[in-house]
Every structure is written in C-alpha cells, then in structure tokens.
Design a protein around this ligand. Structure first.
Ligand code: ANZ
Ligand code: ZN
Length: 827
C-alpha cells in the first residue's frame, strides 16, 4: 500500500463509492431497532461555515456509530429555504429568490458532500418546494379547522426596514432581530396560531425530556411563564365599575394600599373624565405608550406614575385606596391592573417610597417583627400573616388557600392561571414564504382553500422592491380568484407564513419524504419517531424547539402520529470561535471550511473539530490543532502501512491472541480499554474529544509495543490495528475506509459491527514500581496491581539491590506514591 496518506484521491473515491452503493439509505425494517439522528437543517445561504461543519460532524459520528451498533439508522438532510435573505438578494442583485435559493442549495449540497456525511439524500426536503409547502399549508388548514388558527387585529411589532411584522421573539431590545432597526407598533389583522392552548402540556412534558439540557428546559419554562394566582375584583368608589387585578399573592390582600392601572387600561379615560387630573394623566399615558415593555418593567428602570383622582375599595378591609397609572404595569399581562402591596413587592415598594404611599406589613418571618416605617426593602419571602383579619397567624401557603377559597365563595375573586406565553403570530408581509391558504369572499367571508386545491403556489413573476405591502398583493393573477364556496369573485390572502412554521414539522416529513398522497404515512412516522438524537444551536432553545413541540402535539392530536414529543435527546453544540470571538465576516476571523478540506482533507477537519472541545462547549479555532489532527491520521496510516501486507494474509474475524507476555498483555489491555472508553463516550456521554483521546492512546500503545516487541505477535498487532480503524471510522470515515480495504477487506468499514470489549482484559494484573533511594532511581519491581502498601514496602526492601544500599545504613523514612514509586530515605 501507499506509504503516504493521499487524502484528496481517497476522499473523492469513497464518497463516490458510498453514493453508488447507496450505503446510507434507510427503509422501514420493523424487526430492526431504529435510530433517528437529526441535525437542524441549514438555511441555504450558499456557503458552509465552521458552525455547520461542527454540528454536522457531531451528527455524523452518532449516525455512523449507531449504524455499526446494529441500528437501522435514519440520517436525513434538507433545506430551511424560505426566508428574507433570498428577497434581499433579489433586491440587491436582481436575482429571483427562486434561482438564488436553488443555486445556493446546489452549492451547499456539494460542500456537505465533500465532508463525507452519511446522509440518506433520497429523503432530502426543501421547505420552499411546492411538494413540501403543500403540506405546510395542509397543516394550516387543520389548525384552522380546530380553531387553532385565527385572524385578529392586533398591535404588532413592525420593522420599518424589513417592512414586515415580527413575532415578539424576533424583537430583541426593541430592535429587529434580523436587521437591528428600531421596531414600531402597528395595528394590523394578522393570523395567529393558538400555541397557548398547549401551554400546560408544553410545560408538563418537560418531564419526558430527561435527556435535554436543563438550561434549555429552564429557558422554555420561563418563556411559558405559568403562574397561579387569583383574579380579585375591587369595586371603584362612586362608580358602577369593578377593577379586576391578577395577583400571585392573594394572601397579601390586607396589605394592598393602592391600585395601579397600565396606561393602556380601558378604564383610565372613564376614571379621569372631568377631573382636574385629566390632562396630566393623558399626557403621561401617551408618553409611556411610546416606551417598550422591556424598558418599562426592568427592575432598574425608574418607576413613574400619576394619581387618577379615583379610589377603589379593598374588598377585605373596606378601605378606600387610591388608583394610579404607572409605567411598570403592562396591559399585555394578567388584567393590566394590579393591587399594589408595597411591603411585599419590590416594584410596589420602590414606587410607594417615591410617591409617599402607605406601606403596610402583612407577612413577616416567624422570628422577626417588621414595620412599614423601618422596612428598607420589600419582604418577599414566606412567613406568617399579621394585620390580616381572618388570615392572622397562618403561614403563606395556608393563607393563600384560605383567602382564595373565601374569595371564590363570596364572589370577590377567581383562581386563575396566567401565562407569559402569547399566541404565535404567523403572518408575514413577505414574498418568499409559504402562502397562507385562505380566500376572502364578500359573501362567504373567510374561506379556507379546499385541500384538493393545494398547494397554493407562489407565483414567480413578482416584483420585489422591498417597499410597501406584501409583494403578493401586487400580483393580480395571484390575488384574484373565485370563492371555492359560492364561485363568485374573491381575493386571496397575500401574506405568507413565518418560516418557523416550515421548520416546525420537517422531521416528520423526512420519515416519508416522497409521499405524494399524504403528509406522511402514519406507519413510517410511528416507526421512525421520535428523533433519538437532535443536534443544533442553543440559539434555537426557545422558539424553534417550542414551536416544533407544539406542532408535534397538534399532529399527534390529529391522530396521524403517536409521538407527543419530537426530540428524545437534545445536544446543543457550542460556537466556533477564533481569537475568542464568534467567527464572522465583520470581525475578519473566519476560517473557510473548504480551505481546510483542500489543505488537509475532510477527515482532518472533522477530527479536529470534534477533538478540540466537548460538543456543548465553545471551541477555539487553532491552526496547530488542525495540523495535530492531520499528523495523527498520518500516524495511523504509517503503522497500518507497515503491517498491511502481513495482516492481509490473516482472517480478521478469527485472530489468535493467546499466550501473551507482559508487553503483549499491555497492548491487549489497551485495545479493550479503548473500545470500552470510546463506546461509553459515544453512547451516553457524547464526549467526542475524550473518545478521540482514547483512540490516540491506543495508537501510542501500538507504537510502543512495536518498539519493545522482540518477537512479533502479528495476530495481536492485527487486532490492535483493526480495532483502531473501527473505532476511528465514525470520525475519519474516508481514511479508515481506505485502510480497511488495504487490510484486504471487501465490505465497507461502515457496515462492520462495532467492536466489543472483555471486562477481564481490562484488569491490570502487574504494574511496575520505581524504587528510589534518596531520590535517585535505583531499581524497578513488578508487583500485583492491587498490592497493599505494607506488602509493597516489604517487597521493595527484599530486593537485592536495595539490600546492598542498606547494608551499613539506616532506613529513616519510606515514601510511597501508590502505583508509581517507593522512595527510601537512608542515612
Ligand atoms: C400583589 C402582589 C403582592 C404581587 C406581592 C406580588 C407580590 P408573575 O409571577 O410574573 O405572574 N402583576 C400582575 N399583573 C401585572 C401587570 N400587568 N404588569 C405588571 N405587574 C403585574 O407575577 C404576578 C404578579 O405581578 C402579581 O402579583 C402582580 O403583583 C404583578 F407581595 O399582586 B402581585
Ligand atoms: Zn363566497
């Protein structure tokens, strides 16, 4: 065989071979255990970056490993190919989004193939293809049928630069997540999906997700923001009105000394009408409305408010308490009004201090007396109720239950659960997305497009200017249609769907990608789902993963798939950094994957990126590390080349390794140890870096043995080399494939069985102990690995050499470093 590792020829050759042999295609095999490995599909921007290399290498190792373990593996790839960049390219470079997108897909597919990833390309999907978005539209219709898709006029986030509505999630610090422009508020009729219907299940089913990172579950939990409380009615003094407030602390109701309304609260105008405060309040209201919610509610921001002149009656104390309007209460949460309990809520406390409002303690710790006059901050902990009428002496939990029940019985309040989660706004005033399959008819109103008329195709001759309303609204052929109910002239919806809708169900389409009759056959989905291992970026911890979970539950409720959760295990990979910063064009610290592949090969790129850091940690790019990975592959290559001719003559399935001497035993042990460590690292721990270290150690042992061995046991060497190649094959699939064939094997290394290890081979029965006398190495002794310390001292003292040194000296001290050395101090 060749002495030098010629990665270029090898990689191309084997990629072709895999494709010809259709090695990674999978079909339903009911009798075989399945494994579904999935990496988040990319947006086809046109070029592969290191982040892609990382996530796809991780997934590929798992897929190849599982295949060797005997699983029927599904490992698909596709394109999240609707979205704004295609439209921006159209505007900037006058290329049609369609051709821009498909060119990019072609490019990226070639680049992905050059990495040697084991995808079943037969299942490729592209969300912008009518065969795919037909089913996205079908899902919209099912949601509509179930009253889970509805249209509503609402204040929406509007990005003036992208000229589109944004979901709350796409607004970061008041700015458009995509372009950074400051977001405005606009009133529009929009389509929503009722994800809130699933809020409890989305929360409760976190329990099923044992193998998800805790931080992802926590982020989702906070996003859903479930809180249990009571909605309490406060009569307004002198008016036939009631103010409803939502509180999570009804046990503090005796300490409510004022009320606060959100500036947008509908009762504000009525309360102030004709009073002397009217102008002042209205000015304040319009000023605050300008500010966004995050700024208004952040704990640091200054609390601002005005008195309305009106009073409410505390239903428990019958006291008159003032009603104010303040910036820190939001219309979008609860009822948009609160009872303020300054002694026990920090925001209320800050506000009360500033405006000199009553602070009344109603809860205090068991061993401390608190007073409103001396309190320096709100006491928000649990405790015992005081100054609280019927609640006096009760602890916080008892007080909550008692007052909640009392209020329900006396029609003062109702137990309520509130969520921070809002319904999902899916309308986008864009062209390059899935058309919403709805028709508006003057006679019939909102008419869903009949299923048999799907897909509603995106027209191609459309002008994209980046200005005005939805581009589709300018295309008369598209807009003007006939009503599918009454046959009269009607108009189509011209908004498209948020691209997060496209990616909320693609994992299901992969299970039956070519199906032209249905979204997927239940039999296929039920065999392949759930995704056993999902790999992707932490930036998708909330939105994509929450939406996908919502869709899975809905689809399961439709009765066409059993799974309630889409992703069994989740691995959130870290970023690829250079010089401490995320690689980005603007920072000028980008390393192009293609360059690495050209110079060192895909196997080196994969090996480096998996070796440099544990998968969920950030990874610092290191050119030396890349070279190191390359050198390691060469090292494996050379030692295999040296023995290939001899090994070829053997039957690799029945190697004879008996009667081992000491150094042979050590190599034998290294083989089994590496198998054990790599298997465990890949299986449970997903620690690819330490798995690679274990393989490196095995290779070191082979080199060591080769130097020491007096008489070669070629079967043992063959076993060591064979095992190295098998263990390394998921990481460096091309080089190992070539080496495997050089050992005379005719079947792909990737179809081999994953090696086993023997527990008894791992025992280290003898170790070598260094003997020092006054710090100088004088001798070595072989002893049982599990020898007791006292016994070890005895053995050392009994050695001839040691006896010579001791002859006319005294032993002053014996220092033992377990399993390593004994140092005798003599005088
Ligand atoms: C009285 C009270 C006393 C409160 C106390 C807290 C502590 P979570 O857990 O986030 O649901 N709140 C209710 N609606 C609000 C709104 N629209 N804008 C701003 N704040 C609002 O928080 C619920 C608590 O947040 C409610 O309970 C209310 O203050 C406040 F010792 O009511 B609480
Ligand atoms: Zn009609």
């Amino acid at each position: 065989m060749e002495d030098t590792y010629d990665f270029e020829d090898i990689e191309e050759k084997w990629q072709q071979y895999w494709e010809e042999k259709r090695l990674f295609e999978s079909e339903l095999e009911p009798d075989k255990p399945k494994h579904y490995t999935l990496e988040m599909f990319p947006y086809p921007s046109g070029n592969l970056h290191m982040g892609h290399v990382r996530v796809y290498s991780i997934g590929d190792v798992i897929a190849r490993f599982k295949r060797m373990q005997g699983y029927n593996v599904l490992h698909p790839m596709g394109w999240d190919s609707f979205g704004l960049p295609a439209e921006n390219a159209a505007i900037k470079r006058d290329i049609h989004p369609n051709s821009w997108t498909w060119d990019n897909i072609a490019n990226m597919k070639e680049q992905l193939k050059s990495l040697g990833l084991s995808y079943d390309w037969d299942r490729e999907v592209a969300t912008c293809h009518p065969d795919y978005y037909k089913w996205t539209q079908w899902l919209f219709l099912q949601l509509y049928k179930e009253d889970l898709a509805y249209k509503q006029e609402s204040a929406v986030n509007w990005c003036p630069d992208c000229e589109t509505v944004l979901a709350n999630e796409q607004v970061v610090n008041e700015a458009c997540e995509r372009c950074g422009a400051e977001v405005e508020e606009k009133n529009l009729a929009q389509w929503f999906f009722k994800i809130t219907e699933y809020a409890d299940e989305l929360l409760d089913d976190h329990e099923l997700l044992d193998d998800w990172p805790d931080r992802v579950k926590t982020m989702q939990k906070n996003w859903i923001g479930r809180s249990e409380g009571v909605e309490i009615k406060f009569p307004v003094d002198g008016l036939d009105e009631e103010l409803e407030v939502f509180t999570t602390r009804p046990d503090t109701v005796y300490g409510a000394t004022y009320m606060v309304l959100a500036p947008e609260h509908p009762l504000v105008p009525e309360l102030i009408s004709g009073t002397k405060q009217e102008d002042e309040v209205m000015d304040f209201v319009s000023e605050i409305k300008e500010k966004d919610e995050e700024e208004r509610t952040s704990p640091e921001s200054e609390k601002l408010g005005v008195f309305t002149g009106a009073y409410a009656i505390n239903p428990m104390t019958e006291e008159k308490i003032p009603i104010l309007v303040a910036n820190y209460v939001l219309m979008s949460y609860g009822t948009g009004a609160i009872m303020a309990v300054p002694a026990h809520d920090q925001r209320d406390f800050d506000f009360a201090k500033k405006y000199d409002l009553d602070i009344r303690v109603v809860v205090q710790p068991e061993d401390e007396e608190l007073s409103g006059d001396t309190l320096e901050e709100a006491y928000t902990g649990d405790g015992l109720n005081v100054n609280s009428g019927m609640l006096n002496g009760l602890d916080t939990e008892e007080a909550f239950d008692k007052i909640a029940d009392y209020m329900e019985e006396n029609d003062i309040g109702n137990k309520e659960v509130n969520y921070r989660l809002r319904d999902w706004l899916v309308s986008r005033q864009r062209y390059w997305g899935t058309p919403i399959p709805i028709i508006y008819c003057d006679e019939c109103g909102v008419v869903p497009v009949p299923e048999e008329n799907l897909p509603v195709k995106l027209p191609t001759d459309v002008e994209i200017t980046g200005h005005g309303q939805s581009p589709l609204a300018q295309v008369d052929d598209f807009v003007n249609t006939t009503c599918s109910k009454c046959g009269k002239e009607a108009k189509r919806e011209t908004d498209t769907m948020d691209t997060f809708v496209d990616s909320s169900w693609y994992f299901l389409r992969y299970t039956d990608a070519g199906n032209e009759e249905e979204i997927f056959a239940s039999e296929q989905a039920n065999y392949w789902m759930n995704v056993d291992q999902y790999v992707g970026g932490i930036e998708h911890a909330i939105l994509h993963l929450l939406y996908a979970r919502f869709f899975m539950k809905f689809i399961s409720d439709l009765g066409i798939a059993d799974a309630r959760e889409p992703f069994e295990r989740l691995l959130a990979q870290g970023m690829v950094l250079k010089n401490g910063a995320k690689m980005s064009k603007s920072k000028g610290n980008v390393v192009d994957p293609l360059e690495i592949i050209d110079n060192y090969g895909a196997d080196t790129a994969r090996l480096f990126i998996l070796f440099a850091a544990p998968p969920e940690k950030d990874l610092e790019w290191d050119d030396e590390g890349v070279k190191g990975a390359f050198r390691f592959l060469n090292r494996v290559w050379r030692v295999t080349a040296e023995y290939a001719d001899q090994i070829k003559e053997l039957n690799l399935n029945s190697l004879q390794v008996g009667n081992l001497d000491k150094s042979e035993k050590e190599l034998y042990r290294s083989i089994h140890l590496a198998v054990k460590e790599v298997t465990e690292d890949l299986d449970r721990r997903k620690q690819f870096n330490t798995a690679i270290s274990s393989i490196m150690e095995l290779v070191n042992s082979i080199y060591q043995y080769r130097e020491q061995a007096t008489e070669e046991n070629i079967d043992l060497l063959a076993l060591a080399i064979k095992t190295t190649i098998l263990l390394l094959s998921p990481f460096a699939p091309h080089a190992t494939e070539e080496l495997w064939s050089e050992l005379g094997q005719t079947e792909s290394v990737h179809l081999q069985e994953w090696p086993d290890y023997k527990e008894e081979a791992l025992k280290k029965d003898e170790i070598t102990i260094v003997v020092q006398i006054n710090g100088k190495v004088r001798d070595r002794v072989d002893v049982a690995a599990d020898i007791e310390e006292e016994q070890l001292k005895e053995v050392v003292l009994a050695q001839d050499k040691v006896q010579d040194y001791l002859e006319d000296k005294n032993l002053v001290k014996t220092i033992v470093v377990p399993k390593k050395l004994v140092n005798l101090v003599i005088q």
